[in-house]
Design a protein around this ligand. Structure first.
Ligand SMILES: [Zn+2]
Ligand SMILES: [Zn+2]
Length: 425
């Protein structure tokens, strides 16, 4: 017989194990709570979509589409892509199910895994996770500020306050062409010196040169024109109103003229929330307006705005801040003998029905090994069920924290243990 295979997770993906999972659960449940106060409802879209959905929306010449899509043919030869981000699917669902007919804005949130086939490195995974929101149907700058405020409220509820809110406006289809032209003029003399990616970007997507992480390109873009000088009247006024509303809400922001975002569908407001504690990949959340995307997907003209939070980075910040919160069983039932095991099973179920996390030993183990297990699990209380006690209708209890012990009548076990619940919460 050959030796059994041993399997490992694929490169670039990871398991999220207890106790780390507690950070994820905390962030997810707080997101549900905070977002629902603002009227955002959950939407669940498939992880797989037709490849064209993303090439169309994210843009053919973006890094995501050019290099990072997790794309493969299915058995019928269709090109399938594991979603690299959430917005395209939500917009697709919005158009497909004619959700625009309902009162605006329609507001959704999602949470789940995203996929990018890139070289695994520090802080970057092939499967990563996002919580995101999308709001459709309202062009008002007040909504931009409200969405940013909700993000801030959520992060503050998690205890994250030392964050930087960076905002920019990248204009609309009317004013962006003149900015593209100005960038091309600016870089025309040094085109050959740009990195190979930026040489292509120069032609198709010169705004993305502002996003390049290559040292040489950072150097070469010093003094490049600012998009703010090219905004049309409508875009300028929209941006000014966003900033005024942020001021009103006391959200401290900085204007980052170079923030263009890596996706083509953005219009007007773009934003990022960054932390100095995250190293090179410092954005913990990012988003913006996409006022043309619904229309491009065949829907009626419908403005939209959204953001996504990177869960790996968010949980890294949470873990740095306060560490993982471990939780422990309330009680361990240690039965001694066969009859006691049956009684122990009944007591355990009664305690669980009362909301107590109850672990149990199983027949055949000595009291010593059961106490050792209870101690390893860090249970507060042990209930010892022995045949002698059963005949008197009582069980022994032991408080592993204080060392005290005693006896309690079997029908009163829940009541007795529930009195300790206060120090759990
Ligand atoms: Zn404009
Ligand atoms: Zn470059």
């Amino acid at each position: 017989m050959s030796s059994p295979e041993r399997y490992s997770a694929l490169k670039g993906v990871q398991d999220i194990l207890p106790p780390d999972i507690s950070l994820w659960q905390r962030a997810e449940s707080l997101a549900r709570e905070v977002f629902s106060r603002y009227g955002f409802q959950e939407i669940r879209t498939p992880i797989i979509e037709p490849t064209a959905l993303f090439t169309r929306s994210i843009g053919e010449t973006t890094d995501i589409v050019e290099k990072e899509m997790y794309t493969f043919p299915d058995k019928a030869g269709r090109s399938i892509t594991l979603r690299p981000e959430g917005t395209a699917s939500v917009v697709r669902a919005y158009v497909q199910h004619h959700l625009s007919g309902l009162p605006s804005p329609r507001k959704f949130f999602y949470a789940g895994p995203m996929f990018r086939y890139e070289r695994p490195q520090q802080g970057r995974f092939r499967q990563f996770h996002q919580i995101g929101v999308e709001a459709f149907g309202v062009a008002s700058p007040v909504l931009d500020a409200e969405v940013l405020s909700m993000l801030k409220v959520f992060l503050a509820a998690l205890g994250l306050r030392e964050l930087r809110f960076e905002v920019n406006s990248i204009g609309c289809e009317n004013c962006r062409p003149s900015y593209r032209k100005a960038l091309q003029d600016f870089f025309s003399g040094v085109r050959e010196d740009l990195c190979p990616d930026c040489q292509r970007r120069y032609e198709y997507n010169p705004l993305r040169i502002l996003d390049c992480k290559v040292e040489r390109c950072i150097e070469l873009r010093r003094g490049a024109p600012h998009v703010s000088d090219f905004l049309c009247e409508e875009c300028k006024s929209h941006f000014e109103k966003v900033l005024a509303a942020l001021g009103l809400l006391r959200i401290p922001y900085v204007i980052n003229h170079e923030m263009v975002r890596g996706l083509d569908y953005y219009t007007r407001t773009t934003f990022e929330v960054t932390s100095e504690h995250l190293g090179a990949q410092k954005a913990v959340a990012a988003g913006g307006r996409y006022d043309r995307l619904v229309e491009e997907f065949g829907g009626p003209p419908t403005p939209g705005i959204g953001f996504a939070i990177g869960m790996e980075r968010l949980t890294a910040l949470l873990s740095e801040k306060e560490g993982v919160v471990e939780v422990f069983p309330d009680v361990y039932i240690a039965p001694l003998g066969e009859k006691a095991a049956a009684e122990g099973l009944l007591i355990a179920e009664r305690l669980r029905a009362k909301g107590l996390w109850t672990e149990s030993g199983y027949e055949g183990s000595s009291l010593r090994s059961q106490l050792r297990r209870a101690d390893k699990l860090a249970c507060r209380h042990v209930i010892i069920v022995g045949d002698d006690e059963l005949s008197s209708g009582k069980v022994k209890w032991k408080d592993l924290k204080t060392g005290s012990q005693g006896e309690v009548e079997i029908p009163k076990v829940e009541e007795f243990l529930s009195s300790f619940r206060t120090d759990v919460g």
